[in-house]
Design a protein around this ligand. Structure first.
Ligand SMILES: [Zn+2]
Length: 390
């Protein structure tokens, strides 16, 4: 029930960003989904910034398997400035996405902890099905949650020298072998210079885009259940006649004894970052050759699970349509249909109703309420932000 944006790094601070698949068989699911549907009918969903110290689960499967030894993270209250910072970021997202994402809680990880120890680079989305994260009075809260770490907040990492965008760019680059060589201690903490030296795709990484990605996890989460037969739904995408290449790519790339398995074995045995990154690059080239979508050099997150495959497709359609690699024209066309299926109730009721453009909300906003925003134009996700993507 979880999709981590960027999971952490076992060897040499290098991450492949692993997100466990959705656990559809969890009995608590059914109930959780119906509550989610209710919440989504409200005019808007407000995020509760959790203001107490507690542990929270960001990876339910891991937490269950390990009896809470992993997949759980310590949190502490947000500062008022941090809450304002996150509100400003969230306000940049299309109102219909914010509302349907049903993200009801945000947790702030303990300050000053390294990503490697936390298990999260920047931010993670998790669906709280109520098994964990009860309120102190024992009440169960259901809905999406995000866990925010130092890296995602302005001047909270790297000697407090960079903004959250630069911190995320550098951390994401580092976790995918950009740069491939080790750095001096001085250079390691120089977030501004490191951000300037990244490949162009990574330089254009913005927290708005990452935040959008997490919200899309929330939206698609509710569509990943049986009974959604419309070809424009997420189940339709992955279904027998769906256009998704995910299953085919997985079957090919994840074959036992295949090249990927061998690369992963070599990665586990690498003895230095340099050695690790040489193998990592070979592995990335191999996956690219097989048509695995990637957002920047070495990014292989799209194949980690279905959640990531569909979310990264939508994210790239939004922020980097020109720079997309790996996804087919059919998959992109599906994303356009999915947008209308999901955010355009008139179209969903009647297929001949006018369509809305990908990335825009219907004009009679699904939103309403005090947090609603205009559906386009002033949202900050217009051309100046999205052109070229990251
Ligand atoms: Zn993700």
């Amino acid at each position: 029930m979880i999709a981590v944006a960027f999971a952490a790094a076992p060897a040499f601070g290098v991450s492949d960003g692993t997100c466990p698949p959705v656990n559809g068989s969890d009995p608590a699911n059914e109930l959780a989904i119906s509550v989610g549907l209710l919440a989504r009918l409200q005019s808007f969903v407000s995020t509760n910034y959790v203001q107490r110290e507690q542990d929270t689960t960001f990876d339910l499967r891991d937490a269950t398997d390990s009896h809470g030894r992993t997949g759980v993270i310590g949190t502490e209250p947000f500062s008022p400035e941090e809450m304002a910072e996150l509100d400003r970021l969230e306000a940049k997202l299309p109102a219909c996405v914010r509302n349907k994402a049903n993200i009801v809680r945000a947790f702030r990880s303990k300050r000053g902890m390294a990503a490697e120890r936390l298990g999260i680079v920047g931010i993670a989305y998790a669906y709280n099905n109520g098994t964990y994260n009860k309120d102190p009075d024992g009440k169960i809260v259901k809905g999406g949650q995000v866990i925010i770490t130092d890296l995602f907040l302005d001047r909270q990492s790297f000697n407090k020298q960079g903004d959250g965008d630069a911190q995320m760019q550098v951390a994401m680059g580092w976790s995918t072998c950009q740069p491939p060589k080790g750095l001096s201690a001085e250079k390691l903490s120089d977030v501004k210079t490191r951000a300037r030296e990244l490949p162009s795709q990574l330089k254009k990484l913005s927290r708005e885009r990452i935040f959008f990605h997490e919200h899309i996890h929330g939206v698609t989460h509710e569509q990943e259940e049986s009974g959604w037969t419309d070809p424009s739904s997420v189940e339709g995408f992955f279904g027998r006649d769906g256009v998704s290449r995910y299953e085919k790519l997985r079957a090919k790339v994840y074959q036992a004894g295949g090249p990927l398995e061998k690369y992963n074995e070599r990665l586990r045995n690498a003895r230095s970052r340099e050695e690790y990154c040489v193998i990592f690059q070979e592995r990335a080239d191999y996956l690219k050759k097989e048509g695995v979508p990637s957002r920047w050099p070495g990014d292989t997150h799209a194949l980690d699970d279905r959640d990531e495959y569909v979310t990264i497709l939508i994210e790239q359609m939004m922020y980097d349509p020109q720079g997309m690699t790996g996804y087919t024209a059919e998959e992109k066309a599906w994303a356009e249909n999915w947008w209308n299926y999901t955010f355009n109730p008139a179209y969903r009721q009647n297929g001949s109703a006018p369509r809305i453009k990908f990335g825009e909300c219907p004009s009679e906003s699904v939103a309403g309420g005090p947090n609603s925003s205009p559906s386009s134009g002033s949202m900050g996700y217009g051309n100046s932000q999205t052109y070229g993507g990251w």
